[in-house]
Design a protein around this ligand. Structure first.
Ligand code: HEC
Length: 427
C-alpha cells in the first residue's frame, strides 16, 4: 500500500495513531437559533461522501480508507479536502465539459459539494442528528438489467503480488470461454465484481484461439504485465471503479466470433488483507443479429519514442476516414500505460471547425474506462480525428519503471507505452 502524505501529514500514520478515537462534537448548535446555517455531517456531508467517495471508500471497496465511518471522516476531513483540492480525489476522469458522457455526474465532484465539505470543516465538523442519515453505504448498482451471458474466472484466483519491481500491483489475464456455438453481438456489458477491494481496473478484449498465451493455465491465468495477446485489434472496453454499465444504442453491438474467447486483464491492487481470492467476471446482454456493428477503431500511433527524463512529451496525430465513409462515434476508451499523463481527441471538420471529443487533462492509468457519449457524434466523410498523448518519463513520476529513466517506445508491456483512443464507431 502506498502511504500518502498530504501537506506533510501521513494519513496512514494518523489512522494508525488515532483510529477510533473519534473526538468530534456531536451536540453543537443546540443553543443556537440559526441552526439551519450550520452544516451537519448527517444532513450535508454524508450524502456527498456517499455519492462521490463511498463507492470506493467503503469497507470492502477499492479505496484505502472507509469514509462511511463518521469518526474517520471527522478525523481525516482536512487531508480528504486536500486530496480533493489537489485534483486527486475522486480520481481524475475525462472532462465532461469537453463532451458529456454517461456517468459523469457520479465520477466528478461538483464545486458546490467541495465547498459544502470545506464549510463543514470550517464550522467545526458538526455531526448533527444520526436520524437524519440517508446513507446507502456507497453501494453502487452496477448490475446490468437483462444480462443473458455471464463469464467469470473459472476458479477463484488469489493474487500473489510477487513482482518486486512493482510492489502491490499485479496484472492478470484470463481467456474466458463464452460457451456460444454461434457468432453473437454484445449489446451491453458490466463487470461482475467479486473481491472489490482488489480490483483496480479491467480491460476486456477478444482473443483468437491461436493467440491464447502458450503458458496459459485457466486456474491462475497468466501474468500479463508483459503481454495482452492481440489486444490492439480486439479491444472491447475498459472499466474502472465508478464506471456505469455500457449500453450500445439500440440495434448495435460488438461482434464476437464463436471461436473467439473473451480476454480479461485485471489490475489487482494490494489493499488490506493478504490472501484474498477473486472470481471477477463480466455480464453481457447479447443478440444474434444487430442492424449495425459497433467496432473499436484504434485511433493513435505506435510510432513514438518518449525521451528519457522528459516530464511532458507529447505526440499528436490524426486519422481520416477511409474513402467516403462517415461513421457515427459512440465513445472513446483512452489507453496509455503508466507514464501517460494527458490524453485528448477532437474532430476537425472539412472547413477547419474543431470539436472536442474526449479530454483528460490528467490521465490516470489506474482509472481507465470507456467514455460513452451522451449523444453520438456523426462524422462527415472529410472529417479528421486528431489525438494527443502526453507522457511523463521523468524520474519523479511515481509510475516510472526505470531507474534512471530510459527512452520508452511503443509496446504492449506495461513498462512500454501506448497511445490510443479506442473509438467505438458504427459504420
Ligand atoms: C474510483 C475510486 C475512488 C473514489 C471515487 C475516491 N477515491 Fe479516494 N482513494 C482511492 C484509492 C484507490 C486510494 C488509495 C490510493 C491513493 O492514495 O491514491 C484513495 C485514497 C484516498 C485518500 C488517502 C487515504 C490514505 O490511505 O492515506 C484520501 C484522503 C481520499 N482517497 C479521499 C477521497 C475523497 C474525499 C473522495 C470523494 C470526494 C474519494 N477519495 C473518492 C479511490 C477512490
Amino acid at each position: 500500500m502506498r502511504v500518502v502524505t498530504v501537506a506533510g501529514l501521513s494519513v496512514l500514520a494518523l489512522l494508525t495513531g488515532c483510529a477510533g478515537s473519534g473526538g468530534f462534537d456531536d451536540t453543537p448548535g443546540d443553543d443556537d437559533d440559526s441552526v439551519s446555517d450550520i452544516l451537519t455531517y448527517y444532513e450535508d456531508v454524508e450524502p456527498l461522501l456517499d455519492r462521490w467517495c463511498a463507492r470506493c471508500h467503503r469497507p470492502d471497496g477499492p479505496g484505502s480508507v472507509d469514509f462511511t465511518d463518521p469518526g474517520l471522516v471527522s478525523l481525516l476531513a482536512e487531508p480528504m479536502l486536500a486530496r480533493i483540492d489537489a485534483g486527486e480525489m475522486p480520481p481524475p476522469v475525462a472532462d465532461p465539459d469537453c463532451r458529456p458522457y454517461w456517468g459523469h455526474e457520479e465520477l466528478t465532484l461538483p464545486l458546490e459539494a467541495r465547498d459544502t465539505f470545506a464549510t463543514w470543516i470550517e464550522q467545526g465538523k458538526v455531526m448533527g442528528d444520526p436520524e437524519a442519515s440517508s446513507a446507502t453505504g456507497g453501494a453502487q448498482n452496477m448490475a446490468l438489467a437483462d444480462a443473458d451471458l455471464e463469464v467469470r474466472l473459472p476458479t477463484p484466483y488469489t493474487p500473489t503480488f510477487t513482482d518486486a519491481s512493482d510492489p502491490g500491483n499485479e496484472y492478470r489475464c484470463f481467456a474466458l470461454d463464452h460457451g456460444r456455438d454461434e457468432d453473437f453481438y454484445i449489446t451491453a456489458l458490466a463487470p461482475l465484481l467479486d473481491a472489490e477491494k482488489l480490483v483496480h481496473h479491467i480491460v476486456l478484449f477478444r482473443i483468437n484461439e491461436t493467440s491464447v498465451w502458450d503458458e496459459y493455465d485457466p486456474a491462475v491465468g497468466v501474468d500479463c504485465i508483459d503481454d495482452m495477446a492481440d489486444s490492439v485489434l480486439g479491444m472491447i472496453a475498459g472499466w474502472a471503479p465508478g464506471a456505469v454499465p455500457i449500453e450500445f444504442p439500440t440495434g448495435t453491438g460488438i461482434k464476437i466470433l464463436a471461436n473467439q474467447r473473451i480476454g480479461i486483464q485485471i489490475h489487482y491492487f494490494q489493499n488490506g488483507e493478504a490472501g484474498l481470492a477473486d472470481q471477477t467476471g463480466y455480464a453481457f446482454r447479447t443478440a444474434t443479429e444487430v442492424d449495425d456493428e459497433v467496432r473499436m477503431v484504434p485511433v493513435g500511433t505506435s510510432n513514438f519514442t518518449i525521451p528519457a527524463g522528459d516530464d511532458s512529451y507529447t505526440r499528436t496525430g490524426s486519422w481520416s476516414m477511409p474513402l467516403g465513409i462517415a461513421p457515427v462515434v459512440h465513445g472513446v476508451f483512452p489507453h496509455m500505460h503508466v507514464l501517460g499523463s494527458k490524453f485528448s481527441m477532437w474532430r476537425e471538420s472539412g472547413d477547419g471547425t474543431q470539436e472536442c471529443m474526449v479530454d483528460m487533462p490528467s490521465f490516470d492509468f489506474d482509472n481507465q474506462q470507456s467514455y460513452l457519449f451522451e449523444w453520438p457524434l456523426e462524422l462527415e466523410p472529410d472529417d479528421r480525428l486528431h489525438f494527443s498523448c502526453t507522457w511523463d518519463n521523468s524520474a519523479d513520476n511515481p509510475g516510472q519503471f526505470h531507474d534512471p529513466p530510459q527512452d520508452v517506445r511503443y509496446g504492449e508491456r506495461t513498462d512500454e507505452e501506448m497511445c490510443y483512443g479506442f473509438t467505438f464507431i458504427q459504420l
